[in-house]
Design a binder for this molecule. Structure first.
Ligand code: GLC
Length: 743
């Protein structure tokens, strides 16, 4: 097989020079002679139509498929620039290829390595979601890219999903709110976000072949809302279709999902792209609404197909010439791509925001998000925060104390200028008065080499014995099956003998704290009861070690809350309790329906290890005085829940107040409660504030397939306000006077 070293899509050199000559001449035309599409004062649609009308058939075809891993070609004659796409959801990926995934070996492609999206979700702080997107947008712009392939809005359906660390969580309302603000933050920088993977990439195992079988309510109420909000509220410019199929159609060109729902009902005017290698048919892609084919491979290999052979390249061109497809279908695809180009000022470079890269401000944002994301799962006897003044020695244990996680993450990796490890952060924060010893405790080799495992545990136990406190930095590490794209986890256990390590260390030193570097969730029953404190730190990004230390030493109050249920055991989770994972003969039955995540645990009355929305603080909060205030005008909220929160502890802290809705007697079955609002609030010791959470019509509605609309039924609804889904502090009943149906 010849290797693909030159790209047949690129015009031969001399031809480009001639065209360039034309373009240069063009560029010097007087303003009044300039074509309309080059006039930034003209409305976008007029500019789009003017440019589209000037393009030849071949030029249009060149814009609906990639001509390298992450580009579409320029058309110098018309001044159409190369369009650059880039990963990923937690930072601008290094340059690769151009025709493979290998690093391009550049030195100008460092970027800010942000905390993972499960960390951002766990902040429950929408201002930080905007700030996160803004960092990515600025860096995408500065790196000369036009579309960044994030956020991921997919729902966590199983905690085994290999990319769960890249997902916001299990709840559609939270995922929607986070996605909207992230996208707005990105797109204010004249680059396009790309919400993915529409409408469901809920596991990695078999993702390229799985056919999702779910009922209409589950699709509408659980898996679509984050994408609907991304389109209707954030105005996202591009959407990436999932590899999976829905009712037999590939999501990236499903007539039902793409043409009828996304572009029809949701009114999406931007561009739908495939996932890389997710296109398998010209006819289906042409008719099913795919606008940009990326990363198609030679079937059965990992090699890029020559881009003229892409499904939407020569075969599509020939199909049009034979009259199999109307040009109007091609025009609509190109039109959508041109909208994105005009929206990101691709033709008005002088108007484009400059962007910025690797700035201290970006790094400070990364650190703040990491600090606010961490979830204090246990803190018996106020083991935390640590106090330097009464510490003389500290044993820091664990391979994850020194491991860096930024690169090698396929679509989520970032080449970062630095990544502060937990050990570096702790050493720096503790200062020179505390004697710190480090012991690996576990290693990748320990997965199979039991002698190595025993030796490392023995060494760690000895270190723990000598120290006032032992801090074990445990978790996963993006190795295969351990939070890695393409590979689901095999269980929720800690690998490499960490359970035994933790048990042995806590026996040697009861003042043992576990810090988890991992995506959600981990089974902790072998050691949770024995130790005083557990902090979930996610993948905290390039400033993660500093953030972990600042939380451990109390400079920052832990204020993160879980966005995924932590089951006591995997089989308690719906996808596993019902045996639907990983699917049967290529079909994945979403048998749990609406009961994903905490909805299942509530409906089946199963006690989780830690519930959705859970997270402790170093202080305490008191809720009081709930009032349900009816809306005053038809355009405003239906009601607003108002209540007070007071900080009743001795330290400043932040609380995430959550609002759940329960319908008393629905005509159709509903989960026991559904998250419909939240607010994060910072309070000094003794301070009390009033929180208001508005509820719109949709907050009361369920989707009724018979009415093909959202029904909010007249009747009684419980408004539940709490510190977690299982810690409801206030509740009241609201009577919705009349039924409405939103089509
Ligand atoms: C991957 C991922 C997607 C990523 C793309 C390009 O397979 O599913 O999220 O953006 O390919 O790397």
């Amino acid at each position: 097989m010849t290797s693909i070293i030159s790209n047949p899509c690129r015009l031969p050199g001399i031809f480009s020079l001639v065209l360039l000559g034309f373009a240069t001449a063009f560029g010097t035309l007087r303003a009044e002679d300039r074509p309309l599409y080059q006039d930034a004062s003209q409305p976008m649609e007029k500019r789009v139509e003017d440019l589209l009308g000037r393009m030849t058939l071949e030029e249009k075809i060149s814009q609906v498929h990639g001509d390298s891993k992450f580009t579409t070609p320029a058309i110098p004659r018309l001044g159409i620039p190369v369009r650059w796409l880039t990963d990923g959801p937690q930072g601008v990926r290094e340059d690769v290829g151009p025709y493979n995934w290998r690093s391009a070996g550049h030195t100008d492609d460092y970027a800010t390595y942000m905390p993972s999206l499960c960390a951002l979700g766990s902040t429950w702080n929408l201002d930080l979601a905007t700030a996160y997107g803004n960092v990515l947008g600025q860096e995408t712009r500065k790196r000369g890219k036009d579309i960044i392939l994030g956020p991921i809005a997919d729902i966590v359906r199983t905690p085994l999903c290999g990319r769960v660390y890249e997902y916001f969580g299990e709840d559609p309302f939270l995922n929607a709110r986070m996605s909207v603000n992230y996208i707005r933050g990105v797109q204010t920088n004249d680059v396009s976000a790309c919400v993915k993977h529409f409408a469901g990439n809920n596991q990695e195992l078999g993702r390229a072949v799985i056919d999702m079988d779910m009922d209409a309510r589950t699709l509408r109420e659980i898996y679509l809302p984050p994408f609907e909000a991304a389109v209707k509220e954030a105005g996202v410019w591009t959407v990436m279709g999932a590899y999976t199929k829905f009712r037999g159609e590939h999501c990236a060109y499903s007539d039902y999902l793409i043409n009828k729902i996304l572009k029809g009902e949701f009114g999406f005017q931007g561009l739908v792209m495939s996932d890389w290698g997710g296109t398998y048919s010209t006819r289906e892609a042409v008719l099913g609404g795919l606008d940009l084919e990326m990363g198609t491979l030679i079937p059965g290999t990992e090699k890029e197909l020559p881009c003229d052979d892409y499904y939407l390249a020569r075969p599509f061109l020939e199909g049009i010439r034979k009259g199999e497809y109307p040009v109007s279908l091609l025009d609509d695809k190109v039109r959508r791509g041109l909208r994105v180009m005009f929206a990101t000022h691709a033709f008005d470079a002088d108007m484009r925001k400059p962007g910025s890269l690797n700035t201290p401000a970006h790094q400070a944002t990364a650190q703040r998000i990491a600090e606010e994301s961490m979830v204090l799962l246990k803190n018996a006897g106020d083991a935390l925060p640590l106090n330097v003044s009464n510490l003389t020695s500290l044993a820091v244990i664990g391979d994850n104390a020194v491991r860096r996680h930024a690169t090698g993450l396929f679509g989520a990796g970032v080449k970062t200028m630095h990544e502060i490890t937990p050990l570096e952060g702790i050493v720096q924060r503790a200062g020179d008065k505390v004697n710190i010893t480090y012991s690996a405790g576990f290693s990748k080799a320990g997965a199979t080499n039991l002698a190595e495992r025993a030796r490392l545990i023995e060494h760690a136990v000895a270190a723990a014995k000598q120290a006032d406190v032992a801090v074990i930095i445990a978790g996963l590490n993006h190795s295969r099956y351990l939070d890695d794209e393409g590979w689901d986890r095999k269980d929720l256990r800690l690998p490499y003998g960490q359970d035994e390590l933790i048990q042995q260390v806590v026996k040697a030193n009861p003042r043992t704290i576990v810090v988890l570097i991992a995506g959600p969730a981990i089974e902790m029953d072998p050691w949770l009861a024995q130790l005083p404190a557990v902090l979930q730190a996610w993948y905290p990004g390039m400033e993660g070690g500093t953030a972990i230390a600042r939380v451990l030493f109390g400079d920052v109050d832990p204020s993160g809350k879980l966005t995924c249920t932590y089951p006591k055991q995997l089989m308690d989770s719906p996808a596993h309790a019902l045996g639907t994972y990983p699917g049967t003969n290529g079909t994945l039955f979403y048998k749990e329906g609406l009961l994903v995540g905490y909805r299942w645990f509530d409906a089946k009355d199963i006690e989780p290890e830690f519930p959705f929305g859970f997270g402790l603080s170093y202080t305490t909060f008191e809720y009081s005085n709930l009032k349900i205030v009816p809306g005053q005008d038809t355009n405003g909220p239906v009601v607003t829940a108002e209540f007070d929160i007071a900080n009743t502890g001795q330290r400043a802290g932040a609380e995430v107040a959550q609002l759940y809705v329960h319908q008393e007697k629905p005509a159709l079955s509903r989960p026991p409660k559904e998250l419909k609002g939240f607010k994060k609030i910072s309070l000094k010791p003794g301070e009390k504030k009033t929180v208001s959470i508005p509820l719109d019509q949709r907050a009361f509605a369920y989707y009724d397939p018979a009415k093909t609309g959202w029904v909010s039924e007249a009747g009684d609804f419980k408004i539940l306000v709490g510190s977690s889904s299982r810690d409801i502090r206030l509740q009241d009943t609201f009577h919705l006077a009349q039924t409405t149906v939103e089509k």
